[in-house]
Design a binder for this molecule. Sequence first.
Ligand code: HSE
Length: 401
Amino acid sequence: MVNIAVMGYGTVGSGVVEVMNTNHDKIASSAAQQIKVKYILDVRDFSASPYKELFIKDFEIIENDPDIKIVVETIGGTGIAQEFTRRCLLAGKSVVTSNKELVANHGHELITLAKERNLNYLFEASVGGGIPILRPISQCLAANEINEIYGILNGTTNYILTRMIKNGVSMEEALAEAKYKGYAEKDPKDDIEGYDTCRKICILSDLSFRRHIYPSQVPTKGISQVEARDVSLLAASGDRIKLVARAVRTGESSVAVYVEPHVVLKDNLLANVEDVFNCIMVRGNAIGDTMFYGKGAGKLPTASAVVADVIDASKHINARKYVDWSAGGPDAVTDSALLENRMYIRAAISPERVRELFGCIKVIDVNDTQTAFMTEEVLDLYELREKIGDTRVFALYRVLD
Ligand code: HSE
């Protein structure tokens, strides 16, 4: 029997306790032993909960209980969550988490701490909610040099964009729905402004390219500047605007990585990834392209990934799991503006002038003052800015074909 503690009884933490309870027998059979939640740490009052006798408010009870071998951290953020994670590892307990902010910012040091003590720090749920993605990258694709990853990594913004396109709902209304459904972050600005996506592409890059990439190194734009006008102009031909994160290998130990809305052409599989679903494309030098798809947010999908890590940790109480990468540094990242793409542009320019500048283009829309078009040629952002000069640009997106 393995006793565990759950720290933080929010959306994911309560989902973990629910999955542990509902799937108790299946989990015991997968782990080849009973796994029991002994404590739930949360400062709030849960005296009406069916698990009320498990609640504690004092972290030291967990820290000092030698019976607790695995701790689930679902507090979130980098404050107290970081302190408690460190203290659990120092006290000889493996830690399992869905906390992408903590892993993206401090993953290297926490993994190192775990490694020094022959413990595990596991975080499958930190990227893609319930989608198995970190283990496949670390284990199943281990024979590959990974050259590129891109995808939709945030359920909330994908839900919002889907509701805007399909149902004409406003961004504010759609966000309120995403909050109600338990998809959004505590501060939904983290979703809308792309910070959550940024943390996730950092973690995917850490594992794939094996150096720590910090969120502060990743140029990040969210969906707050996306205009309904471009969404509907593109929707007419089945193309979509999606918040995409991308990381491309640019050297032996360097990567160009960024987060921004893209125009996804209708034939790209990502165009049909809707609602709260996420989809991640991983390109390996032996396997080629692989895609991972599923629910990227929500209580039970995320809890399912956390509990799978608990099972894994319970089977490796005195053994290290695969997860590892080396320290980061300024040279880990190269300039993502140099990555080339076709571009979608809406600008105060005539179609004739656009053709002079870019040659072959696909015109999307023309009115008295503006032209919306896609370039046929691929350009980097510097080449594009040079061509477009001081023309007033209202919308500019990279195109994923
Ligand atoms: N707010 C996140 C999302 C939760 O919408 O994807 C899952 O990480």
